[in-house]
Design a binder for this molecule. Structure first.
Ligand SMILES: [Zn+2]
Length: 622
């Protein structure tokens, strides 16, 4: 039911209710629509002939707004009543009331329309689209000349506002040239061309200037042309200079948005080259000094502060139970700005290493105008003779501006003093006492008593230099466990001579002979056997030189000693050796221990005495 939307219109145009009833269905809708259109036209003509006054406008908007919504709240009611003829006076009254209401609403609507027209008229008086564009273009041009760096910002704002104008203006253009589509398209096309042209111009003007520590190196089209190659350039430069050089965007590498015209833009490859070839340039860096003496050079103040802080922090481990109450450098540490060549600038890691372990640094410097050998020596805290020419390596006698000098400098670790307070338990190391003993040969020692550490609790103050205790001030000490002294016996007895005595002694103590020399089970037994438990010591029968200490056929583990006069002795079936081949032994020295190795049926010592290699009966000698 389309016509329900504007019941007021229907009612006004069709005062005669019976006429409306005759027209039914679609025809009613069309008739109503036609009537509405006619009404609007009439109103428009009226508006144009009567100029709208300001007071009318304000009254309308102020007093009527609430009524605008009312017809929409009960749109169905009026129609029901119109279709059915009035049955009573009450209905009639209601009808007239609503009629008045609707009249009011219509008026409000017309006023609104008038308002719109008025604002449109106002717009026409403002500068047109092209006028505005022109003005902005002029403004943009002025900014381009005057504010070189800020041009892009201005352009951004310009385009933003132009985008807004375009949308706004499209609407107004369409309205104004309602009947001339050619004009609309013409102006829109012009707008498009101007936009494109300006975009092109400003695009060409925008570039990024890149600089290392304030030194401008060139221009690139996009920041990424620099950012993407920083790591590569840093690594390249670091490896070729044995230094750690890191390029960091927004830190030592800074980029500036600039507007340039007719300038060469660097490719990423050119950026890498420029960065890696600039070792020759002087940079501003920060030296860390102790007691006024230059210690090392890092890239900037922040790095220097960080290194100093980390060195202090590296000695922050107090003894258990203690608390560090003070940390300070032994002598004041400060920083100063120096002008050096890039390769003299070390990484934070290098600086930390040099300042904690000591080392040698090399400073390279391009002599500035007005500098002298003495002023350079003072600046870098070296003696004048330490300043060498970079090419020849010879001591520089006269500093010439622009020449390059090299200074090698040995540096000691920074001394950090920490003071810690509290109570801690610590080890009491045991003492070692040496006692002389006539029971042992000279060079022989014997641990008579093993040592054991003790433990004690101490309360007080400990001062450390670079983590090592240099001073303690103990107010209370309590021994928890006494240490046990280690006692070592040192032999004083003169060692016997290893020269043969010419007499033979029994090679074992407290053992009986279990097998004699001579024929045994149809075979010759070339020595005598002593029955003894495995591990019983075996002694050299006389002094001499060990000619064999190893496995020897049926003898098993066997030792042979050569004596004087063509004599030798042999000891078989040993469990282990106490001497080695080539060793000189004295009579009675332990050479090994009884065992059951080789052709043997039980633990025993087989002993032989030979003269010129021929076995003798040991019974004749021992
Ligand atoms: Zn035997």
């Amino acid at each position: 039911m389309e016509y329900k939307k504007e019941p007021d219109q229907i009612k006004e145009e069709n005062n005669n209710g019976s006429e409306l009833r005759k027209i039914s269905g679609d025809r009613a809708i069309w008739a109503a629509a036609a009537a509405r259109a006619e009404e609007r036209l009439k109103n428009l003509e009226k508006d144009n002939s009567q100029p709208v006054t300001g007071s009318e406008n304000t009254v309308d908007t102020r007093t009527e707004p609430e009524t605008i919504n009312q017809p929409a709240e009960n749109p169905g009611k009026p129609e029901d009543k119109e279709k059915k003829p009035e049955k009573n006076s009450r209905n009639k009254k209601k009808k007239t009331k609503e009629k008045r209401k609707k009249e009011k609403t219509r008026k409000t609507k017309e006023n609104k329309k008038r308002e719109k027209k008025k604002s449109r008229k106002k717009k026409k008086e403002q500068p047109g689209f092209f006028g505005r564009i022109g003005r902005k273009f002029v403004n943009g041009g002025a900014a381009l000349v005057e504010f070189h760096d800020r041009i892009q910002g201005a352009c951004d704002r310009f385009f933003a506002s132009m985008g807004f104008s375009l949308v706004k203006e499209y609407d107004s253009v369409v309205r104004r040239y309602k009947r001339s589509s050619r004009q609309i398209y013409g102006s829109l096309f012009s707008m498009f061309i101007i936009s494109c042209a300006m975009l092109l111009v400003f695009e060409h003007f925008t570039a990024y200037q890149y600089a290392y520590n304030g030194r401008v190196l060139g221009y690139v089209k996009s920041q990424n042309d620099v950012v993407n190659v920083l790591k590569v350039a840093g690594n390249k430069l670091s490896s070729s200079n044995k230094a750690h050089i890191k390029f960091t965007a927004n830190d030592n590498i800074k980029m500036n948005k600039v507007s340039v015209f007719n300038r060469d833009m660097d490719t990423p490859d050119q950026v890498v080259n420029k960065l890696t070839y600039m070792t020759d340039i002087e940079v501003s860096a920060v030296a860390i000094c102790q007691d006024g003496k230059l210690m090392t050079i890092v890239e900037n103040q922040q790095a220097a502060d960080d290194v100093i802080k980390r060195i202090k922090e590296s000695y922050q481990t107090p003894n258990e139970g203690m608390k560090i109450t003070k940390t300070d450098f032994e002598t004041p540490v400060d920083t100063k700005e120096v002008q050096v060549m890039l390769t003299s600038v070390g990484s934070k890691g290098d600086a930390l290493h040099d300042l904690t372990e000591g080392g040698t640094i090399e400073i390279r410097h391009i002599v500035n105008e007005g500098e002298t050998v003495n002023s350079i020596a003072k600046e870098f805290n070296v003696s004048a003779s330490d300043i060498k020419d970079m090419e020849t390596g010879e001591t520089v006698s006269k500093a010439e501006s622009g020449s390059r000098v090299r200074i090698q400098k040995k540096i000691d670790p920074l001394k950090v003093i920490t003071i810690e307070k509290g109570t801690t338990t610590e080890t009491i190391p045991f003492e070692t006492e040496e006692k002389q003993s006539a029971d042992l040969y000279k060079d022989e020692t014997y641990v008579q008593q093993e040592g054991a550490d003790g433990r004690q609790a101490i309360t007080g103050t400990i001062t450390k230099e670079n983590g090592k205790e240099i001073k303690r001030d103990i107010s209370k000490k309590e021994v928890i466990k006494e240490p046990v002294k280690k006692i070592v016996l040192i032999g004083t007895k003169e060692r016997p001579k290893t020269d043969p005595t010419g007499t033979f002694a029994t090679p074992i103590r407290g053992a009986s002979i279990t097998s004699e020399f001579g024929a045994r089970w149809g075979r010759m037994h070339e020595g005598i056997d002593y029955g003894a438990a495995t591990g019983t010591p075996i002694y050299a029968s006389d002094g001499g030189t060990v000619t064999l200490a190893g496995v020897y056929g049926g003898y098993g583990n066997c030792v042979e000693i050569k004596h004087s006069g063509g004599y030798s002795t042999r000891y078989g079936h040993m469990s282990r050796f106490a001497v080695s081949q080539g060793e000189k032994v004295y009579q009675g020295q332990v050479i090994g221990y009884v065992g059951n190795t080789g052709r043997s049926t039980g633990s025993h010592l087989h002993f032989e005495v030979r003269l010129n290699g021929v076995a003798q009966n040991p019974r004749n000698y021992v």
